[in-house]
Write a protein that binds this ligand. Structure first.
Ligand SMILES: [Fe+2]
Length: 373
């Protein structure tokens, strides 16, 4: 212990590390029976460092600290305090958090631990519960056709949302100008706009990102190896200067949380977003290429194996693109509503619908908004 360190703060730090370890243990799930070890080093309090060992449960060990581990994580105490205080809303992709942590070794173990220490708020739990009840009462799992509305009024949209019914809206042109966007047009009009590409934790200008994307598109996907970094913006914040061209639609800008950009190239067999659900109503505007969305009603929760540790959205253990029915036997009874979204169309997904998204065409661009209410 550094004797210059104030004792009270040290106590507080110890409590934070203890709380952090408990969050990891109580949130840990391991349905796939993965085995491995992660050394978690806290530089300010080396004696509080620990090795997390994957078993059916997560074991926290403080012996043989010099042994080899699959993954090494160095996390400052300030970040542990932040995790402990913000686990209901924390976004791991936030550079102020991820940028403070050093990872080496197999990153999949670190990702697994990162998921284990977040939790849903009571508000989120209540949203999912009420969606589940409503979808069950209305028999939404048996829907085979999504509803289309051509140039609807705001009132029609509010009615559909009140019934938690997904819908596709057509006839948006010419305002905003959803059609005829291309990579060249984006680079020309928004070349200087700064996009934070989350998957690469990079900030790039639109011109740079488009140039990279075109170079990537010139290479066939055959060259890709497992674990490649998708040239995809993964819901990066939509640059301000693009807001006017890409909605938001039907409601005021203040009614939505800031829009997100999904631009890039992802092969059809890899989902651009893997199976999850959101506690807010999502608006997804398709701009370039087509996307396919596979929707599952909220009352099918027990068939899809959603993770118990999550906060801003709830991912599922079950992967429809590589279904493992030995581990997830109930998933074979899940019923999916599949929708193809064309450029210029907007899908509204009420809170609680599970969804998995694929890019049918590359390049592909969508803009999403979450309605605040
Ligand atoms: Fe989503």
């Amino acid at each position: 212990m550094n004797i210059a360190y104030p004792a009270s703060e040290f106590e507080n730090d110890v409590a934070a590390v203890e709380g952090f370890a408990q969050l990891l243990q109580t949130g840990f799930e391991n349905p796939e029976g993965i085995r491995g070890t992660v050394r978690v080093t806290i530089p300010e309090h080396p004696e509080q460092s620990f090795i997390a060992r994957y078993s059916d449960t997560l074991l926290i060990e403080r012996h043989d600290m010099d042994r080899d581990t699959d993954t090494q994580v160095i996390i400052p105490i300030a970040t542990i305090h932040r995790i402990f205080n913000e686990f209901e809303s924390l976004d791991w992709r936030d550079p102020d958090i991820i940028g403070t942590i050093t990872f080496t070794g197999d990153l999949s173990f670190a990702n697994h631990l990162a998921r284990s220490c977040i939790r849903p708020s009571n508000w989120t739990l209540a949203r999912f519960r009420s969606a589940g009840r409503l979808h069950a009462a209305r028999g939404y799992r048996d829907l085979t056709q999504i509803e289309y509305l051509h140039q609807p009024t705001q009132r029609q949209i509010l009615e559909a949302m009140a019934k938690s019914r997904p819908l596709v809206i057509t006839g948006l042109e010419p305002s905003p100008p959803c059609r005829d966007w291309s990579l060249d047009k984006l680079a020309e009009r928004y070349g200087d706009a700064v996009v934070r590409v989350r998957s690469a934790t990079l900030r790039q200008t639109m011109a740079e990102f488009v140039a990279e994307l075109k170079a990537f598109e010139a290479n066939p996907y055959d060259n890709m190896i497992e674990g490649f970094v998708k040239p995809y913006t993964e819901g990066a914040a939509l640059p301000e200067q693009m807001w006017a061209d890409f909605g938001p639609l039907f409601f005021e800008r203040e009614d939505f949380i800031p829009p997100q950009l999904w631009l890039g190239s992802v092969p059809m067999h890899i989902p651009t977003s893997s199976l999850h659900r959101d506690p807010l109503t999502g608006f997804l505007l398709q701009v370039i290429g087509r996307k396919r969305l596979d929707l599952y009603s909220a009352d099918q929760e027990d068939l899809l194996y959603p993770m118990k540790s999550y906060n801003n959205y709830q991912p599922c253990w079950f992967k429809p693109e590589a279904p493992c029915t030995d581990l997830y036997p109930k998933a074979k009874d899940a019923k999916c509503l599949s929708v193809t979204l064309n450029p210029g169309e907007l899908i509204i997904q009420p809170a609680g619908w599970f969804h998995q998204v694929y890019a049918i065409d590359s390049p592909n661009m969508s803009v999403s908004y979450f309605w605040r209410y």
